[in-house]
Write a protein that binds this ligand. Structure first.
Ligand code: DAH
Length: 339
């Protein structure tokens, strides 16, 4: 009987050792240690043994059981850690692979040009403010000295929401909003979108952008205006850029001027870029009309000011030598990412 036990035990241990999966081990456990398992069943044969030998034999069976259990546990943990290692190996990340490059966005040429203009004026102590795109006709026109029925309204025909409310045709109404707040002195620029009922072509769009500028303080003169805009032109288009002030007319400034810069392509000699002129027009400006100051609650005997308005697209087109404004609105990444 002892021999039989020994033989079964050895067989069990050998099988356990040789097993290659947890399933297989479970089957072996059932075969040998289950209720009807081969080691368990040996106990039933105790009756064939002399009573005095029974305790010792029982002990042997228990030892055999324990051995088998232990072997099963050992093999199980060996199999489990082997499985884990295989899993880790299969999931290993090869950190030596070159990373995929992320494509990041790119500032729109308008935005790049605006950032530059803001940098220049903030450097001179200006605030950057914003006004509404949907505006009262009163601010877009009346408070800028363009009363109802005045022909200057026709030049800036825009989109009307009601008789009183429209999409602003210029950023100049922001001047009136800021002046009305009554915080003096004023030194601000106001960039933003404007609207005109124009058809689209290479130089026109029903929606484009302007940057308004306004300074109001005691003793502000035309000299301040010229100095400021000359400094602006040099910073934007490069050192040595000259400015030329041509008399012009705007309703809300007196006197008014249009400003040209010397062509930064040919230095003023005349080329295809400046159409042989040597000069390129960049903005409109002037001394704030006393009546405008008055309408906005500022005493023109005490305060004076200057204002200017720049087309943002115009700046971007000049700076980046873009020959058709429509390219700025088409959102073709192949075009936009060049700047
Ligand atoms: N608002 C004018 C326009 O759209 C541009 C302009 C001219 C603005 C002279 C000004 C200025 O502030 O002083 O044509």
């Amino acid at each position: 009987m002892k021999d039989k036990l020994k033989q079964i035990t050895e067989e069990a241990l050998a099988k356990i050792k040789a097993s290659k999966s947890l399933d297989e081990i479970n089957d072996i456990r059932v075969e040998f240690l289950g209720k009807k398992g081969r080691i368990t069943s040996i106990m039933k044969e105790l009756k064939d043994i002399a009573p005095e030998d029974r305790p010792a034999f029982g002990q042997l069976v228990n030892e055999a059981k324990q051995k088998a259990e232990q072997a099963i546990e050992d093999t199980k943990s060996r199999l489990q850690s082997a499985a884990l290692e295989a899993k880790l190996a299969s999931e290993k990340i090869d950190v030596t692979l070159p990373a995929k490059k992320k494509k990041t966005g790119h500032g729109h040429p308008n935005q790049v040009a605006l950032d530059e203009v803001e940098r220049i004026f903030v450097g001179m102590g200006y605030d950057v403010v914003e006004g509404p795109e949907v505006e009262y006709q009163e601010y877009n026109f009346t408070k800028l000295n363009i009363p109802e029925g005045h022909p200057a309204r026709d030049e800036q025909d825009t989109f009307y929401i009601t008789d009183e409310i429209l999409l602003r045709s210029q950023t100049s109404p922001v001047q009136a909003h800021v002046m009305e707040q009554g915080k003096l002195p004023i030194r601000m620029i106001a960039p933003g979108r404007v609207f005109r009922s124009d058809s689209i072509d290479a130089t026109h769009s029903p929606s484009f952008h302007q940057i308004e500028g306004l300074v109001v303080d005691k003793h502000i003169t035309m000299t301040d205006l010229k100095g400021t805009l000359t400094q602006f032109a040099e910073q934007l288009f490069g050192e040595g850029t000259k400015t030329r002030f041509r008399p012009h007319h705007f309703q809300f400034t007196e006197p008014s001027a249009e400003v040209d810069v010397s062509c930064f392509k040919c230095g003023g000699k005349g080329c295809r870029f400046c159409k042989g002129e040597g000069w390129i027009e960049i903005l409109g400006c002037g001394m704030v009309h006393p009546h405008v100051l008055e309408m906005c609650g500022i005493d023109p005997n005490e305060y004076t000011g200057f204002a200017f308005g720049v087309g943002l697209e115009r700046i971007a087109i000049l700076k980046y030598e873009i020959d058709d404004m429509r390219l700025l609105y088409e959102n073709d990444a192949r075009f936009l990412k060049q700047f």
